[in-house]
Design a protein around this ligand. Structure first.
Ligand code: FNR
Length: 331
């Protein structure tokens, strides 16, 4: 279909599943085990309902926000996803350009298929990028990578802590293709941490002085039956609040964001912004930069509609009583 016929993010997925090689499709789409966490990442949003308010002035909607102090045109950023060149010859640079067109922040993956130089060149004046890091057991290697990222002007370091070893991704295994870039195939190379999916770890992160945390189960690609980020978000916010740490740390989530309403629900439950992975890889692989720009525009338009029809005209209006999350928790 032509790009104009693409109406929502699932359309990109359908196109990508047809045009990508089986190997690349498997790497992008796959998740761990029975893919229960992967599916619940989106399904969890379906258990949250909206509580629209009426007769409010919604002529002007301001969707803009700040992520670690940096402007973002709406509360979404591009999550780090490795190996962009599998889907498009220009790789992550395509996402960089689309991020700039839309005024949003991109997280550059440590295992990008473009070099840091390629991505730095693609970055426009004033454009903000963060750098995602897998910590190497050899801290000197990590130190050098961090130094280089700093020199190249990346504004924040996002440390991935949920991959002490690569999850059991069976679609990939069947392809006889691990999908993991060489550096992370050997689990001995990596630091042993736990992912941030509990209030306990969120509190520790705040105590250790992190400016922000991403609640994430890595798109369901690591530990199957790890809960979805949206599901643990209320508990994490509550835990931070009780410990008096909520003002000290910003909370982000990713996993299963497919609709503007998903963004709205996450903000209502206390997230500062949300990250998105696979849909942009699908859009990039199918239609290049124009595809990613269209995907972001669709999400922006959907989010604006939800804000307007819910009676909210700025991000600060999106508070817990704009949603009904009674059915959210499975437990
Ligand atoms: C990822 N993700 C990821 N995260 C990370 O910190 N470093 C990485 O290199 C990668 N690589 C990667 C590759 C692919 C193909 C996917 C799909 C995901 C996880 C990513 O940052 C994010 O957590 C998820 O993609 C969010 O879920 P959705 O939006 O894909 O549902």
């Amino acid at each position: 279909p032509s790009l104009n016929e693409i109406l929502h993010l699932y359309d990109f997925e359908a196109v990508a599943s047809r045009i990508l090689t089986t190997e690349t499709w498997s790497f992008y789409n796959c998740a761990a085990g029975d893919e229960i966490s992967y599916r619940d990442n989106h399904y969890a949003f379906l258990r949250i309902w909206l509580r629209p308010r009426i007769m409010r002035d919604v002529t002007h909607i301001d969707m803009s926000t700040k992520i670690l102090g940096y402007y973002s045109s709406f509360p979404l950023y591009i999550s780090a996803t490795a190996l962009g060149k599998l889907g498009h010859p220009l790789g992550e640079v395509v996402l960089t350009r689309a991020a700039h067109s839309h005024g949003i922040i991109q997280m550059i993956p440590n295992f990008a298929s473009c070099s840091l130089d390629e991505m730095t060149i693609a970055r426009k004046e004033g454009q903000i990028q963060f750098f995602q890091l897998y910590i190497n057991k050899n801290r000197d290697i990590s130190r050098k990578v961090i130094q280089k990222a700093q020199e190249k002007g990346y504004k924040a370091l996002v440390v991935t802590v949920d991959v002490p070893s690569v999850g059991n991704r069976e679609k990939d295994v069947r392809m006889k293709y691990t999908g993991a870039p060489p550096g992370i195939q050997n689990e001995k190379d990596l630091n042993r941490d736990q992912g941030v999916l509990t209030p306990e770890d969120a509190i520790l992160a705040a105590e250790y002085g992190c400016d922000g945390i991403v609640l994430s189960n890595h798109g369901g690609r690591q530990l199957d039956f790890a809960p979805s980020a949206i599901e643990v978000l209320p508990n994490v916010i509550e835990g931070l609040k009780k410990s008096g740490l909520l003002g000290k740390i910003e909370v982000y989530i990713d996993g299963g964001i497919r609709r503007g309403s998903d963004i709205f629900k996450a903000i209502a439950l206390g997230a500062k912004a949300v990250g998105i992975g696979r849909p942009l890889l699908y859009a990039m692989s199918s239609y290049g930069q124009a595809g990613v720009e269209r995907a972001l525009q669709i999400l922006k338009d959907e989010f604006e509609t939800v804000m307007r029809l819910s009676g909210t005209n700025m991000i600060a209006d999106i508070c817990p009583n704009m949603i009904d999350s009674k059915s959210l928790s499975n437990h």
